[in-house]
Write a protein that binds this ligand. Structure first.
Ligand SMILES: [Fe+2]
Length: 180
């Protein structure tokens, strides 16, 4: 394990304040970085979020199925919205940090970009939850339209998560995971 990664007394790997071998040797101020170990742990531990997605996706696969489960979908979307609020808050509080250690410029740019996506993603799920709750189901094409919006949101969230996972891996670099 790298000198930059220490074991905290909670068992959670933590980045030392020194971070001597963390990615880059340059010290600069004002950069955003990720605490890769915490960010990874937040993702691994958020079982409720996974449960919410697993519950929603099959109900929203077809318009007929969706219509048959509309009230359940509305409740599940509200739950997903609340879970995402918690998820993004945790990531921002513990997964991202300002200028605590050396951060490579390209990783900092990526971190800024990904952290910045949280606001837009949350606005989308909040609006989506409202639109499903207020939908006029008798209107032609309304259900299909909302299902397409949900699909678009799911794809965008997935892309965000994959990019964050890539950032975690890039931030860990070669420092850990090789068993030496
Ligand atoms: Fe995120």
């Amino acid at each position: 394990m790298s000198d930059a990664i220490t074991q905290s007394n909670t068992g959670i790997p933590a980045v030392s304040a020194q971070g001597e071998s963390w990615q880059m040797q340059q010290k600069r101020s004002g950069r955003l970085g990720v605490n890769a170990a915490f960010l990874q742990e937040i993702k691994d531990d958020n079982r409720q979020l996974k449960t919410d997605w697993d519950r929603l996706v099959p109900m929203l696969a077809h318009p007929e199925t969706a219509l048959n489960h509309w009230n359940e979908i509305v409740a599940a979307l509200a739950e997903l919205r609340d879970q995402l609020a918690i998820h993004f808050s945790l990531e921002e509080a513990y997964g991202y940090f300002d200028d605590a250690i050396d951060v490579a410029p390209h990783l900092s740019v990526e971190a800024e970009s990904l952290k910045g996506q949280h606001t837009a993603l949350f606005a989308q799920i909040r609006d989506l939850a409202d639109q499903f709750a207020e939908a006029d189901l008798k209107r032609d094409g309304q259900v299909e339209k909302l299902l397409r919006k949900f699909d678009a949101f799911q794809a965008e969230f997935q892309t965000h998560e994959e990019s964050e996972l890539k950032l975690i891996l890039d931030s860990f670099g070669d420092d850990i995971g090789v068993g030496d």
